[in-house]
Write a protein that binds this ligand. Structure first.
Ligand SMILES: C[S@@+](CC[C@H](N)C(=O)[O-])C[C@H]1O[C@@H](n2cnc3c(N)ncnc32)[C@H](O)[C@@H]1O
Length: 272
């Protein structure tokens, strides 16, 4: 036996949906925007807004980011770094472009960030990655980014190179060299393997397995955490017309307390 009549059930549903619609509209308008938990795997660990704010400070401090920069975010996920940049970048002279291989992440960014800031553009790249987009069409090993040569003055990749293999990393660094303008800066996070991170300090991640010229901690799913030697990075940067702008800043993963970041900072410049 039903406890609600058809009419009262219809009223109940209408009320619920009206409430939900209002709630959704509120959530769309809320700023700074925070993605739903379901999209959490496209973000690294920690508080979404606090980590974004901290990285804006790092971008300024280590990469000399300016409000007038033309910025590229490689593997932008759900816009954790884009959100704080909305108020920082000059809406007339600065710009932001981000791409990622996850369709839901890019949909969320377009809906919540581009609607608010028209100089913020997001592109979906249908590239394969075992963890993030298994059925992607293109291989990251030779994917050409959808931007013209010299388009950007500042590019960054946070927690991306820690999830892609050596050929893809080499190709992405070459693409970075192509799309940065002369004098452009890049802020990249890595797990950099060297004698410090493998012996004198206590690495939190055990990169136990060889993965080509890289190392991984999980041979079943190598993309879960990948580390590179400084020699590999330096020669890849050099081939791309880039060079290290300052010594690598070590992250907490290696036991260092040089920064509050878990991953290492690699800051590179394109020769003028
Ligand atoms: C740990 S998340 C970090 C996201 C974002 N950079 C951040 O710091 O919040 C890694 C991101 O890299 C993206 N990704 C993985 N492989 C990629 C590739 N080959 N090209 C572009 N993005 C990629 C994933 O879809 C995911 O959003």
């Amino acid at each position: 036996m039903s406890f609600v009549t058809d009419a009262s059930y219809a009223r109940l549903i209408a009320t619920l949906y009206a409430g939900e619609a209002i709630d959704l509209r509120r959530r769309e308008q809320a700023w700074p925007a925070v993605p739903p938990r379901a999209l959490g795997r496209f973000v690294g660990g920690g508080d979404f807004l606090r980590v974004g704010d901290a990285f804006l400070t790092y971008f300024k401090q280590y990469g000399d980011l300016k409000p007038t920069d033309r910025v590229l975010d490689i593997g932008c996920g759900v816009g954790r770094m884009a959100v704080p940049l909305v108020d920082f970048l000059d809406s007339n002279h600065g710009s932001y472009d981000g791409f990622d291989i996850s369709p839901p992440a890019i949909r969320w960014c377009k809906r919540h960030i581009s609607r608010r800031a028209q100089n913020f553009r997001f592109v979906h790249a249908d590239v394969r990655n075992h963890m993030y987009n298994r059925r992607g069409h293109w291989s990251a090993d030779d994917y050409r980014w959808p931007y013209i040569d010299g388009a950007f003055t500042f590019a960054f990749a946070t927690s991306l190179f820690t999830h892609i293999g050596p050929k893809a990393t080499d190709n992405y660094i070459a693409e970075l060299g192509r799309t940065l303008a002369p004098g452009g800066r890049a802020f990249l996070t890595f797990f950099v393997l060297d004698s410090l991170s493998t012996s004198t300090r206590t690495p939190e991640i055990d990169f136990a397995y060889d993965y080509g010229v890289a190392k991984t901690r999980d041979i079943e799913v190598p993309e879960e955490a990948i580390g590179y030697t400084e020699e590999f990075l330096s020669s890849s940067l050099e081939r791309a017309g880039l060079h290290l702008a300052r010594p690598i800043a070590r992250g907490r993963w290696s036991g260092s307390d040089e920064t509050d970041s878990f991953q290492d900072f690699v800051i590179a410049t394109k020769s003028s």
